[in-house]
Design a binder for this molecule. Structure first.
Ligand code: ATP
Ligand code: MG
Length: 447
C-alpha cells in the first residue's frame, strides 16, 4: 500500500473468505433464539456515558479502564457500548416494553468496544450475541437461558465446554458477604493494586475480578459468596440446578465466579473452553434483578447472557468444525460483443430474480479469459452467448463438473436453466448436512 493507513489496533477486518462462516453461525443462532421465543432488538452503538456507569458499575474494570468515552460537539459525554445489556434495558424502559406480554425476550448481535490489551480472543472492537429476558424471577428462566446457550454449542457439535455456575446472592445477603470480604482484604491491603485499594471501601467484590496476578492470587483464598447467601437465594439456586438436571445439562458449581459487571444478582454462569488460550470464557451471563430500578424503572427481575462471537469462531476453528460454504455461481454467461452483452444482462437479471446466482462479463474480457474466470469462481454451468448463438437462437450449456454439454434455446434459457439448476441444487443438498447438524433443515433451506 502506498499509504500507511491500517486498521486500528485491536480491531479486525472480516474478509469474504471468512464472512460467510460468521453469517452462517449468526443465522443458526438467530434461529435457535427464535425457537426459544426471542425477537431481535437493535440499539445504538453509542449511549450516554451515565447509562454504563450506572448499570455496569463505576468500580468495574469496564467503567474504570476500558470505555471509549468522548464528548460530542454538543458537550455530551458519550460512550461506545462496551456490552449490550445496558442498552437493551434502557430501550425496554424507554419504550414501555413492560406493557407488552411479559417476559419480554430479546436477542441481538452487536459490536462492543473496550480499551483492553489486544491478544488472542481479546479485541478492542469485538462482537457479542446476547439475549435478555425481562420480567421473570423464576429459577426456570435461569435454566432456560442456559439451555439456549447450551443448545447453540450442541448444535455445532462443540465438545469440551465447561458450564460453570454460581450464585452471588441478592443485595440483602451480599451485605454480610461484603463485610467478610472487607475484613479479609483489609488484612492483605499492602499487596493490593491501587485500583483494588479504592474498591476495598466501595465494592470489595470487584477485587475478586481483578486481572492483576497479585490481586487474583490473594483473591483465591477470599471468603466465597455462596457460603453467605440467604435461604431464598439458596433455594433459587437449587431450583436452577434441578431444572438443568432435568434437561440433562451438565454443569459444575464454581464458587469463584463473580462476573465483571456490577448488575448481576443470584445466578451467574460461564461457558469455558480450555482450547482457545487464556481467554477461554466464550459466554457469560446471569440474573440482574436490580438493573431496571437502578436505571429508574420499576422493579423488573431479568436475566441474560452474552456470547463472544470471535471466541466462538476460535472454538469452531480449534475443533475443525466446518461450516457449509455458500452456493457457488450457478451459471456464467460469456459474451462476445455489445449485442450479446445486452441479451446476457437481461437473461442474468431474469434468472437472478428466480433466485439463481448468475454472473456475466462486466469487465470486457476475451471469451477465453471469461472462461478462465468462470472456472476460478467455480461456476456450475457456463454458456457462451456470441453473435452466432444470438443469430441461431441456440447456445451450448456446459456442466463444468461433468463436462457434459447440452443445447439450450436462448429464448427459453430462463425457464429451462431454472429447472436444470433446481435439479442440481436438490441433488447436492444432502452434502450440506453433516453429522449432528442439519443446517438446511434448521434454516429452511436459506443456504
Ligand atoms: P473476560 O473474562 O474475557 O474479561 P468479561 O467478563 O469482561 O470477559 P462479559 O462482559 O461478560 O466478559 O462479555 C461476555 C463475553 O464477551 C465474554 O465471555 C467473551 O466471550 C466476550 N468478550 C468480552 N470482552 C471481550 C474482548 N475484549 N474481546 C473479545 N471478546 C470479548
Ligand atoms: Mg473483561
Amino acid at each position: 500500500m502506498s499509504t500507511n493507513i491500517q486498521a486500528v489496533k485491536g480491531t479486525q477486518d472480516i474478509l469474504p473468505k471468512d464472512s460467510y462462516k460468521i453469517r452462517t453461525v449468526e443465522q443458526v443462532i438467530a434461529e435457535i433464539a427464535h425457537n426459544y421465543g426471542y425477537c431481535e432488538i437493535r440499539t445504538p452503538v453509542f449511549e450516554y456515558t451515565d447509562l454504563f456507569s450506572r448499570s455496569v458499575g463505576d468500580t468495574t474494570d469496564v467503567v474504570q479502564k476500558e470505555m471509549y468515552t468522548f464528548e460530542d460537539k454538543g458537550g455530551r459525554s458519550i460512550t461506545l457500548r462496551p456490552e449490550g445489556t445496558a442498552g437493551a434495558m434502557r430501550s425496554f424502559l424507554e419504550h414501555g416494553l413492560f406493557n407488552e406480554p411479559m417476559p419480554q425476550k430479546v436477542y441481538y448481535f452487536t459490536s462492543c468496544y473496550r480499551y483492553e490489551k489486544p491478544q488472542a480472543g481479546r479485541l478492542r472492537e469485538f462482537h457479542q450475541f446476547g439475549v435478555e429476558c425481562f420480567g421473570t424471577q423464576s429459577a426456570s428462566a435461569d435454566a432456560e437461558i442456559i439451555a439456549l446457550a447450551n443448545e447453540i454449542f450442541d448444535f455445532f457439535g462443540i465438545q469440551n465446554l465447561r458450564l460453570e455456575l454460581n450464585s452471588i446472592g441478592c443485595p440483602d445477603c451480599r451485605a454480610e458477604y461484603h463485610k467478610a470480604l472487607h475484613s479479609y482484604f483489609e488484612s492483605k491491603k499492602d499487596a493490593l493494586c491501587n485500583t483494588c485499594l479504592g474498591r476495598l471501601e466501595r465494592n470489595p467484590m470487584r477485587i475478586l475480578d481483578c486481572k492483576s496476578s497479585v490481586c487474583s492470587e490473594i483473591a483465591k483464598d477470599a471468603p466465597k459468596v455462596i457460603d453467605y447467601i440467604c435461604d431464598d437465594c439458596k433455594s433459587h439456586f437449587e431450583t436452577v440446578k434441578k431444572h438443568l438436571d432435568s434437561m440433562n445439562i451438565n454443569y459444575i458449581v464454581n464458587p469463584t465466579i463473580v462476573r465483571g459487571l456490577d448488575y448481576y444478582t443470584r445466578t451467574v454462569f460461564e461457558f469455558v473452553s480450555d482450547q482457545i488460550g487464556a481467554q477461554g470464557t466464550v459466554c457469560g451471563g446471569g440474573r440482574y434483578d436490580g438493573l431496571a430500578q437502578e436505571l429508574g424503572g420499576a422493579s423488573t427481575p431479568s436475566l441474560g447472557f452474552a456470547m463472544g462471537m470471535e471466541r466462538l469462531m476460535l472454538i469452531l476453528q480449534a475443533q475443525s468444525i466446518e461450516l457449509p460454504t455458500p452456493n457457488k455461481c450457478d451459471l456464467y454467461i460469456a459474451t462476445t460483443d455489445e449485442q450479446s452483452s445486452l441479451v446476457a444482462s437481461r437473461i442474468a437479471k431474469d434468472l437472478r430474480s428466480e433466485g439463481l446466482f448468475v454472473t456475466t462479463d462486466i469487465v470486457g474480457r476475451s471469451v477465453k479469459a471469461q472462461m478462465k474466470y468462470a472456472n476460478k469462481i467455480g461456476a456450475a454451468f457456463t454458456t457462451v452467448l456470441g453473435e452466432d448463438e444470438i443469430k441461431s437462437g441456440k447456445s451450448k450449456l456446459k456442466n463444468m463438473e461433468s463436462g457434459e454439454v447440452q443445447e439450450i434455446e436462448v429464448d427459453k434459457i430462463v425457464d429451462d436453466f431454472s429447472s436444470i439448476a433446481i435439479q442440481t441444487i436438490v441433488s447436492s443438498l444432502s452434502d450440506d448436512s453433516f453429522e449432528g447438524m442439519d443446517i438446511n433443515a434448521l434454516l429452511g433451506g436459506i443456504i
